[in-house]
Design a protein around this ligand. Structure first.
Ligand code: SF4
Length: 345
């Protein structure tokens, strides 16, 4: 049950039936280092520093996105660093665990619903993502079957309906904009009908990775709501903001969506004032406000991306010398169990 929520007997019965069918729901989860996979793949044979897949998080890069990144300066660097599996992912680091934010302990009504912050519910609305980011802190979450996902969505919406302490629902990854139009529209309509909600927030990479998905139909289903829509766009490198992504962002702006940005500080990709300066200037020119720059969450398989906190703080101070204050995001770390992010600079 969502904390503070009042559940009807029917809803409780449905959730209990759900948990017996899907033991993942509400299960306490030990954070353990990922298993080491020493098997050799075709790609390894071809290219010594890349591997084709990591057991539970295979490579996924849409061909069109790959082709777009091949046409812009540094695009292939951004592509390789963020989305191509690296052999370092197989190294075991004791502080890098499967569930670094302990999210498995934050849900019980549905595997898709997390209650981490007061007044806000986090719904992992999409079943999949348009791309697999190698640093993703949810990379070890199991993918639900289509049937499990549909059922879990239903239970999540039921729980949100009964918890009148909620003001905002955050739709997050699995990317919400990978839902088909009618399911997305249904989710938005169910949320819009709840008098206690004041806004819907969507965290997404879709406008960057698959901008062709931002169709009139998607926009109709997303924005046809009494609730203001906030989109938090995830990108980490200026090369990703090419013409196609810019057009998708413009289409969202034209529907009155408030656009914010969040990114992750990644070693070797964007841990320089030069790259971040270009990224934030480009975002502002597209009408997207830099909001959070996250320090890496210590998920198993991502240690090679880690940037020390003090280097991140130095970078933010440098950027504040180069850019107006509103163009520099807050440097944040998420600490499990805390009611809000910890701001470092
Ligand atoms: S799109 Fe978001 S949720 Fe999906 S793999 Fe990338 S970082 Fe993770």
């Amino acid at each position: 049950m969502v904390p503070n929520g009042k559940s009807s007997p029917d809803a409780l019965k449905k959730r209990s039936q759900f948990k017996s069918k899907h033991p993942l729901a509400g299960k306490e989860h030990d954070s353990k280092p990922a298993k080491q996979d020493t098997s050799q793949t075709k790609s390894e044979k071809k290219n010594a520093h890349l591997i084709d897949s990591i057991n539970d998080f295979p490579k996924k890069i849409p061909p069109l996105f790959r082709s777009r990144m091949g046409q812009v300066p540094d695009g292939l660097i951004a592509l390789e660093q963020q989305y191509e599996p690296q052999k370092e992912e197989q190294e075991i680091h004791p502080d890098f665990v499967q569930d670094p934010l302990e999210e498995e302990q934050c849900h019980s009504a549905s595997p898709l619903l997390l209650q981490k912050y007061r007044g806000r519910a986090l719904m992992l609305a999409g079943r999949t993502c348009p791309i697999h980011c190698r640093f993703c802190f949810r990379r070890h979450r199991p993918t639900l079957s289509k049937e499990q996902h549909e059922e879990s969505l239903e239970y999540a919406l039921d729980a949100i309906e009964t918890d009148t302490s909620l003001r905002e629902v955050i739709l997050s990854g699995g990317d919400p904009l990978t839902l088909d139009d009618s399911t997305l529209g249904l989710v938005v309509q169910r949320l819009s009908a709840l008098a206690h909600l004041e806004r819907i927030r969507v965290h997404t990479r879709v406008p960057i990775v698959t901008p062709e998905r931002i169709t009139h139909s998607l926009l109709d289903n997303l924005c046809n709501s009494r609730l203001p829509t906030v989109i938090v766009l995830h990108t980490n490198h200026p090369s990703e903001l090419d013409t196609a992504a810019s057009q998708a962002i413009k289409a969202l702006r034209e529907r009155g969506v408030l656009l914010l940005h969040q990114g992750v500080l990644l070693r070797g990709l964007n841990d320089s004032a030069e790259v971040l300066n270009t990224l934030f200037k480009r975002l502002i020119s597209l009408g997207v406000t830099p909001y959070y720059l996250h320090l890496l969450d210590p998920v198993a398989g991502s240690a090679h991306f880690s940037v020390p906190d003090e280097d991140g703080i130095t970078l933010i101070h440098r950027l504040r010398q180069l850019l107006p204050g509103y163009m520099v995001p807050r440097l944040a770390r998420e600490i499990p169990g805390k009611q809000s992010k910890t701001i470092l600079a």
